[in-house]
Ligand binder design. Structure first.
Ligand code: ATP
Ligand code: MG
Length: 565
C-alpha cells in the first residue's frame, strides 16, 4: 500500500549507532542498575512520553500481521493502555498477586505481547511455553512451576482441562477465543470492560520477573529464572550493539513465543531501543512467505535461526528485493560459513552471528563496524567477561580449546540468570571457581574472536583426537549434494569412537548412486578439513531430529548409534 511504501523511504534514513570499532562500542557500554526497576514503567511508558512530545518518530511500537490479511499496529500509548487493562484482569478477575507464576501458551497473536507487559505491570512471574507442547508437557510445566494461572487459546484449552485437577496451585484460566468456555475467563470479552487505570508495581531490580524453559536440545528443558533487571536492562546489549536498533527500525524475529529468544528479540531488545516489534503469525515456516514478508514490509532488522537460513538459501533469493532490510542476525546454533556466504551473495548483506543461552543475554556477537570472520561468533558482548577455561578453572591462552565461561565473582553480571528453578545441584554444577560454565566448548584466537567448537556433550573422541561436529558439518555443507547434516560419535572396535554423518541430500542428488556419493563426500571432507575428521560412516536420512525451536538433536542420533552395540 501507499503508506507502507512511504515508510520504506523514512526507514532508510534511520541513523545507526555507528561505532567505529569494537573498543569504542565497549566504552559506550554503561549499565546503572537502580534499586527499583520495572520495564513497563521505566522503559515502555517512557517511550509513550517521548511519543507524546514528538520525540519519537511515528513508527509503531508493535506491528502484527497474519496470513489472512489482518493487521494490528499499536503505538506505545496503545500498548500501554491495552496492557493496563490486561493487568487489571490479572489482579482482579484472576486475583493474582505479585510473585505469582503465570503460564502463557499462545501462538504469535497480539495478546501474547500484552500478556508479557501485563505480567510486568503486576509483578507476576511470566512463564512462556510453546504452542507445540503436548498435554504431558503442559502438566510437567504447570506442576514444576506451581503456576496459579494459565493463559492459552482454544486449541490447547482441552489439554489443560484434562490435567487441571492434578495441578493444585492452578486457580485461574484465561482463554483467547471468540467463543466462551466453561471454567475459563474470556480475555477478549473481559478486555472490553476492563479499566485501563492501573499503577505499575514497583518491583525491585533483583525480584524474579520470568521463568524461561531452555530448548531441551540435550534433555528435559530446564527452568531458568531471570530478574527484572536481568532481561529488562541486560538485553540492552543485544538491542543497542548487536541488533543496532533505533526508534526508526522495524525488527522481525521469527522465533516461537515459547523460547527466551522471543523475549530477547521480540520484546525487550527492540523496545529498550524504542524500535518497532514486527510479528508475522505464520502457521508454518514457509521460506516463500518469509521472503515475501521481507520484501513487502519495511523490515530493517531480521533475526532467524540457522535452520531457517539454511532453508531460505535453497530458494532463489535474488528474485526478491528487500528494500528496507539492512541488518541480519542469527543465533541459537552455529551457522555454517557456506550459508552466510550464499546469503551475502544473494542479498548483499552479512549475517551477524550471535551466541547466547536462555541463561544469559548475548555472550558473544558480531557487531556493526567489526570485521566478520566467517564461522566465528565474534567477540564478547560488553555485558560479560568471557574466558576459555580448563577443567580447574584456569584461563587458557589464545588458540587453546576449553570450556566457555563467564566471570561471576566478585560481581555477578547483569544479564545472567539467578538459578535453575528447583534444581540447586544443577545450579552449583555450573560454577567453577569464579566462573559460570556455559556447557559449550570453544577457543579464542589471537585477535580476540571466539570460535564455537561444540556443546561439551557432543565432542567426539576418536583415536585420541577431539572432534567437534560442527566443523565436520560445515565441511559437508560445502558439498553440493548436502542440504543438512548432523555429525555424532559412533562405536568402533579399534578406534573406540568414529565420526558418523547423517546427511539429508538435496533433492537432485537423491537418485545418485549412493556408494559413489559417500566416497565423493568423504574425499571432499578430507580435502577441506583435517583428514582425521572425515566421517568414516555415512547414512542418508530424510530428516534430522530437531527440537521445536529447530535445533539439531545430536544426542538422539548418538544414543541410537550406541544402543545397537
Ligand atoms: P538445553 O539446555 O535444554 O539442552 P539449549 O542449550 O539448546 O537446550 P538454549 O538456551 O535455547 O537451550 O540454547 C543455548 C545453546 O545454543 C548454547 O549453549 C549453545 O550450545 C547454542 N548456541 C546458541 N547460539 C549459538 C551460536 N551462535 N553458535 C553455536 N552455538 C550456539
Ligand atoms: Mg543449554
Amino acid at each position: 500500500s501507499g503508506s507502507v511504501r512511504a515508510l520504506h523511504k523514512d526507514y532508510r534514513t534511520a541513523t545507526p549507532q555507528n561505532f567505529s570499532s569494537y573498543e569504542s562500542m565497549k566504552q559506550d557500554f554503561k549499565l546503572e542498575i537502580p534499586e527499583y526497576f520495572n520495564f513497563a514503567e521505566d522503559i515502555l511508558d517512557q517511550w509513550t512520553n517521548m511519543e507524546k512530545v514528538g520525540k519519537r518518530p511515528s513508527n509503531p511500537a508493535f506491528w502484527w500481521i497474519n496470513g489472512n490479511g489482518e493487521e494490528v499496529r499499536w503505538s506505545f500509548e496503545e500498548l500501554g493502555s491495552l496492557s493496563r487493562k490486561f493487568a487489571n484482569i490479572l489482579t482482579e478477575a484472576c486475583s493474582l498477586k505479585r510473585g505469582d507464576p503465570v503460564i502463557v501458551i499462545l501462538p504469535k497473536i497480539p495478546e501474547w505481547w500484552l500478556a508479557n507487559v501485563a505480567c510486568l505491570r503486576t509483578g507476576t512471574v511470566l512463564i512462556p511455553g510453546t504452542t507445540q507442547l503436548t498435554q504431558k508437557d503442559i502438566l510437567y510445566r504447570l506442576q514444576s512451576s506451581k503456576a496459579k494461572c494459565i493463559i492459552t487459546d482454544d486449541i490447547l484449552a482441552p489439554a489443560v482441562d484434562a490435567i487441571a485437577s492434578k495441578c493444585e496451585n492452578l486457580h485461574s484460566k484465561l482463554i483467547v477465543s471468540q467463543k466462551s468456555r466453561q471454567g475459563w475467563g474470556n480475555l477478549k470479552e473481559m478486555m472490553k470492560c476492563a479499566s485501563d487505570n492501573h499503577s505499575c508495581v514497583k518491583t525491585k531490580h533483583n525480584e524474579m520477573m520470568a521463568i524461561y524453559f531452555t530448548s531441551g536440545t540435550t534433555g528435559m528443558p530446564k527452568m531458568i529464572g531471570h530478574t527484572h533487571s536481568s532481561f529488562g536492562l541486560g538485553l540492552s546489549v543485544n538491542g543497542r550493539y548487536w541488533l543496532d536498533l533505533t526508534p526508526l527500525d522495524v525488527m522481525w524475529n521469527t522465533s516461537d513465543t515459547g523460547w527466551a529468544k522471543s523475549a530477547w528479540s521480540s520484546v525487550f531488545s527492540p523496545w529498550i531501543q524504542g524500535a518497532c516489534v514486527f510479528a508475522h503469525h505464520l502457521p508454518r515456516f514457509e521460506p516463500a512467505s518469509i521472503l515475501q514478508t521481507l520484501s513487502e514490509f519495511p523490515i530493517t532488522v531480521f533475526c532467524s535461526a540457522p535452520t531457517a537460513y539454511r532453508m531460505l538459501v535453497q530458494n532463489n533469493i535474488k528474485s526478491w528485493k528487500f528494500r528496507s532490510l539492512k541488518h541480519c542476525v542469527s543465533a541459537g546454533e552455529p551457522i555454517n560459513a557456506e550459508v552466510t556466504e550464499q546469503w551475502r551473495n544473494s542479498t548483499g548483506l552479512d549475517i551477524y552471528e550471535g551466541y547466547g543461552q536462555t541463561e544469559t543475554v548475548l555472550i558473544c556477537g558480531n557487531f556493526k563496524g567489526m570485521k566478520i570472520k566467517p564461522g566465528s561468533m565474534g567477540k564478547p558482548s560488553p555485558a560479560f567477561d568471557v574466558k576459555i577455561l580448563d577443567e580447574n578453572g584456569n584461563v587458557l591462552p589464545p588458540g587453546q580449546e576449553g570450556d566457555i565461561g563467564l566471570q561471576v565473582l566478585p560481581n555477578r553480571p547483569c544479564g545472567l540468570f539467578t538459578h535453575y528453578v528447583d534444581d540447586p545441584s544443577k545450579t552449583a554444577s555450573t560454577q567453577r571457581g569464579n566462573f559460570y560454565i556455559t556447557g559449550d566448548r570453544g577457543y579464542m584466537d589471537e585477535d580476540g574472536y571466539f570460535w564455537f567448537v561444540s556443546r561439551s556433550d557432543d565432542i567426539i573422541l576418536s583415536s585420541g583426537y577431539r572432534i567437534g561436529p560442527f566443523e565436520v558439518e560445515s565441511a559437508l555443507m560445502e558439498h553440493p549434494s548436502v542440504a543438512e547434516s548432523a555429525v555424532v560419535s559412533s562405536p568402533d572396535p579399534i578406534r573406540g569412537e568414529v565420526v558418523k554423518a547423517f546427511i539429508v541430500l538435496n533433492a537432485d542428488y537423491k537418485s545418485h548412486d549412493q556408494e559413489q556419493l559417500i566416497k565423493e563426500i568423504q574425499e571432499h571432507v578430507k580435502k577441506t578439513t583435517a583428514p582425521y575428521k572425515y566421517p568414516r560412516k555415512v547414512e542418508f536420512i530424510e530428516e534430522l531430529p530437531k527440537t521445536i525451536s529447530g535445533k539439531i538433536k545430536r544426542n538422539e542420533l548418538r544414543e541410537k548409534e550406541w544402543k545397537t552395540i
